[in-house]
Design a protein around this ligand. Structure first.
Ligand SMILES: [Zn+2]
Length: 696
């Protein structure tokens, strides 16, 4: 019954690869389906089993009435899938959440490279995602930095021969019960992330938590107490091969990378591969499916080795969290059945406490319960085994943020604590704080929950002050060198590499990136001047600033020398070239790169659109510069270009903005352009001022 819609597409199964070997999701869409009856659920479930054949991928694993189902669709299947959903015997309503998944991935890649970290502690950015090599190097750094607390451990080697490397945190203090009685043998806690490769927030969560435990030990009494009570085994990336693959080849890969019986279909779902009611329901025996349970229980070397470690290691594990994303769920066994274990109340009380504490701080709404009835039947999953076989009572599967706004593509970066009650605009960093509330469990020595970073100043991760501004600058701006001519060769090596060896970005974006670095150098020079403590008239201050900055910036123009060029008799500003303001305005309006960037923009009051505006502003600036260089007569380079952008939410109300920035009415003027984003308008004002300083 479902087949007629798709028969032609069986022949058209395509793999989308861009020229760089990275799977392209260009024009892929994410739809949210609203299912309202069980018949629809059954039909969708049936369809989902072969959906991969049309490059249709269900992001949601939950198939229940009145629970939205997210599904990504390749461009060639959009039409047929829409007609399937609207056919008479199904009639499922849907709406488009992401119009172009590929552009989101591409933009996040660019932001990852261009936007520096706000929470760079030592050499590691805790508000960024990291490839596997950096995570493993970070583990080594933690061991070196905290030798009395941290050691690394290797669970084994993956299918592709990568180390499954974790961090153990343990103090030499004796654990005590609530009554203060020493505990004979310390109990152990295991947390892992990245069992599903594309769920990047889960390794980041483990890393952040581990660092919090280490860095606050000895200064924060609650964390110190915690660390003294348990031994922590933290495996940030469980599925190392899959995770590496998401960085190099396919951002949305989920499974392991082992060979299967089916040529062309790689990997099994490591969260369906455990030897406890293996492959009974909610798992697929089709090697091409995303929930493929493997050829046998523990067919995947990664799950086999973790299970072996848990059973044979000389530690008593009492707590296990298997971190996933997304959906905001805190779940306990069973997954293979809807029935609940005898200890369910005890387990679910732990979930309830964690969820409640989180909600109080962040306003998030996590759902908790047993896997089987909270979301779906998933047999052979991790926590059924850790509870059913390894006897770890407090075994949890946690689906982190969000609830589908970004899904697996949760943006990196920190969120503003003052906005924590909002449910939208979450970024990765808030996510990492939640797990602390989980260590509440009744059977463990009673301890207080650890406070939130936002709520206590004591635990706040130290970061450079805003006034300093250095946190915002790329590495060259922080260098101690006083000379920083802004040529490619002297821009920081990583950035140069990005700009020059990567053909991934078009020239306009590369130009934008260069400008970004240029501007940050300006900021550093300005800071140097402000630290000079110049006293006296404002004229004197301006002059000092000018004298300091001017010789250090290589604008490519002949250097103007002399003590005060404004007072110099023989200095003359060359004639201004005739600017055709109308042509300039139309040129910007019709520029394809600029309009592409504008169309993507969405209003976000939490964020200041920093990255988007940066790119847009620099695209416009390079366009203007290009225009100026094309006109004849006069020194076009002597125009100072100022691009002023204002973003306002699209609401049915009038708004009129006017501004002027004119030093000389004979030469200077501005153009104003109104651009449209997804749900916002962007007002662009470009000022051109003819000046003796040289254009920046
Ligand atoms: Zn997952």
């Amino acid at each position: 019954m479902l087949l007629p819609y798709f028969i032609p597409l069986f022949l058209l199964l395509t793999i989308h690869l861009n020229v760089y070997g990275f799977k392209s999701y260009s024009q892929y869409q994410l739809w949210r389906l609203d299912v309202t009856n069980n018949e629809q659920v059954a039909k969708l479930l049936g369809f989902s089993r072969a959906a991969y054949q049309q490059n249709i991928n269900f992001w949601s694993e939950e198939f229940r009435v009145n629970i939205p189902i997210d599904v990504s669709i390749a461009p060639e299947s959009i039409e047929s899938f829409a007609s399937f959903l609207s056919s008479d015997d199904i009639k499922i309503k849907y709406h488009v959440i992401m119009k172009d998944i590929g552009s989101i991935i591409e933009r996040q890649n660019l932001i990852h490279k261009l936007i520096p970290s706000y929470e760079n502690v030592g050499a590691f950015a805790y508000d960024k995602y990291h490839p596997i090599e950096e995570i493993h190097a970070w583990i080594d750094t933690m061991v070196q930095t905290y030798p009395s607390l941290a050691t690394s451990f290797i669970v084994g080697t993956s299918y592709e021969k990568r180390q499954m490397k974790g961090l153990k945190i343990s103090s030499n203090k004796t654990a005590v019960t609530v009554a203060g009685i020493p505990v004979n043998a310390k109990k152990a806690v295991w947390w892992d992330g990245g069992i599903h490769a594309r769920e990047w927030i889960s390794p980041a969560t483990n890393i952040y938590i581990a660092h919090s435990l280490l860095s606050s030990y000895g200064t924060d009494p609650t964390i110190t107490h915690f660390v003294d009570q348990f031994d922590y085994y933290i495996l940030p990336v469980f599925n190392v091969d899959g995770y590496a693959y998401t960085w190099k080849s396919d951002r949305l890969w989920r499974k392991t990378r082992s060979k299967t019986s089916q040529p062309g279909c790689i990997g099994a779902d490591p969260n369906r591969n455990w030897n406890y009611h293996w492959c009974e329901g909610g798992a697929s025996s089709d090697p091409c499916d995303d929930t493929y349970c493997g050829s046998k229980p523990f067919s995947e070397v990664e799950t086999a080795q973790v299970s072996n470690f848990l059973l044979t290691h000389n530690d008593t594990f009492v707590h296990y969290i298997n971190f996933h994303s997304y959906s905001q769920l805190w779940m306990s066994p069973w997954g293979y059945t809807t029935s609940k274990p005898a200890q369910f109340k005890l387990q679910d009380d732990g979930s309830a406490k964690a969820v409640k504490a989180l909600g109080a701080v962040f306003g998030t709404n996590y759902v908790h319960g047993n896997i089987g009835s909270t979301i779906y039947i998933a047999s052979g999953n991790t926590v059924d085994w850790t509870f059913g076989t390894a006897n770890i009572t407090f075994s949890y599967a946690v689906e982190l943020r969000d609830t589908g706004e970004y899904g697996f593509l949760l943006p990196e970066g920190r969120s503003n604590c003052s906005n924590r009650k909002r449910n939208t605009g979450w970024k990765m960093h808030d996510e990492t704080k939640m797990v602390k509330h989980q260590l509440y469990d009744a059977q463990l020595p009673e301890v207080k929950p650890i406070g939130e970073l936002c709520a206590t100043t004591k635990q706040r991760v130290p970061r450079p002050s805003k006034r300093d501004g250095s946190h915002y600058l790329p590495s060259i701006a922080n260098s101690s060198s006083t000379e920083s001519f802004l040529e490619n060769s002297q821009i920081s090596s990583s950035t140069t590499q990005l700009l020059e060896t990567s053909t991934k970005y078009n020239s306009a974006v590369q130009e934008a990136a260069k400008r970004f670095i240029l501007r940050n150098n300006m900021a550093r020079l300005a800071r140097e001047v402000s630290s000079m403590n110049v006293t006296g008239s404002s004229y004197l201050k301006r002059k000092t600033l000018y004298d300091h900055i001017q010789p250090k910036i290589n604008t490519g123009l002949p250097r103007i020398t002399g003590k005060n060029i404004r007072e110099s008799d023989n200095y003359k500003l060359g004639p201004a070239p005739p600017v055709n303001w109308f042509a300039l305005k139309t040129g910007i309006e019709k520029d394809v790169h600029i309009s592409e960037q504008t169309k993507r923009m969405e209003f976000d009051s939490d964020d200041t659109h920093k990255a988007e505006l940066l790119i847009l502003g620099n695209l416009i600036r390079s366009k203007v510069k290009h225009y100026l260089s094309s006109i004849k007569g006069g020194s076009a380079q002597r125009y100072k270009i100022v691009v002023h952008l204002t973003v306002f939410q699209k609401i049915p109300a009038g708004l009129h903005v006017a501004s002027r920035c004119l030093w000389d009415t004979r030469t200077d003027n501005s153009v104003t352009i109104n651009m449209q984003g997804v749900d916002c308008d962007i007002l662009v004002v470009v000022f051109l001022c003819h000046t003796d300083v040289g254009g920046i």
